[in-house]
Design a protein around this ligand. Sequence first.
Ligand code: NAP
Ligand code: GCO
Length: 266
Amino acid sequence: MDILKSFSLEGKVALITGASHGIGMAIANAFAAAGATVCFNCSSESSKVRALEAYKANGVDAHGYVCDVCDEEAVKALVAQIKEEVGIIDILVNNAGIIKRIPMLDMSAEDFRKVIDVDLNAPFIVSKAVIPGMIEKGHGKIINICSMMSELGRETVSAYAAAKGGLKMLTRNICSEYGEYNIQCNGIGPGYIATSQTAPLRERQPDGSRHPFDQFIIAKTPAARWGEAEDLMGPAVFLASDASNFVNGHVLYVDGGILAYIGKQP
Ligand code: NAP
Ligand code: GCO
């Protein structure tokens, strides 16, 4: 058996939602390097154009689309357009996501619903649009980008934690409902990753010192560092490839060990 070939994505069509930068772009670049044709969507034309330039500079011929993952009709049209222009989607990464860091008592129900809409309802909508094609092809891979907040809470992230906890269970339910069609649905739970989403937690203080939360994460992570989006590339290729055909309903935490560690004594 050629074990390395089992990690190949040659001939596969992948859609990574929200891959205009950050974790999604790193995963899309990894899939391209493994042989896949990559498609991505984001929420604005300007973001799409910038991303296409970045992919091209990296030697990746990505297909970019503007599509709000919360808009079911737009998502259905996106999947149909990709089928027409590229092919039926073999691999879906539900990556698009937002966070609003607001104490629960100060958070409006509208803000709560918006986070749930993007981080939980949208993976349902996109998966529902993509699964019929996977059934038609006789195989499929769905990877939901969960979070440490699929397991833990913390102050100010009530909506995000509720969404990511739900996304873990949606992952298990898609596994349960569609495993018989040779569709594997797993999650990746990144730890604290240095992207635009966490930039506010890493800002230098006026006196030049590190942000208190930055220091907290360094002390709480056995790897003693923030993750980089590139740290997720290998795990994502594994879960997108034939190498993981009997892995289903699992959330793979890529967190430098933070979930296993009580934290360094101050
Ligand atoms: P990011 O840098 O903020 O990127 C978010 C991406 O999602 C962007 O491409 C954005 O598109 C897209 N997006 C947001 N709302 C959208 C919508 N309604 N429709 C379509 N696209 C939308 O985030 P990130 O740090 O890379 O995080 C990516 C995923 O990983 C998220 O699900 C996040 O919750 C999760 N995660 C992140 C971390 C971390 O520490 N960074 C840790 C665990 C999990 P535009 O460019 O057009 O805005
Ligand atoms: C926060 C962070 C986290 C990370 C990630 C951790 O405010 O606590 O944004 O939520 O984004 O989800 O896994």
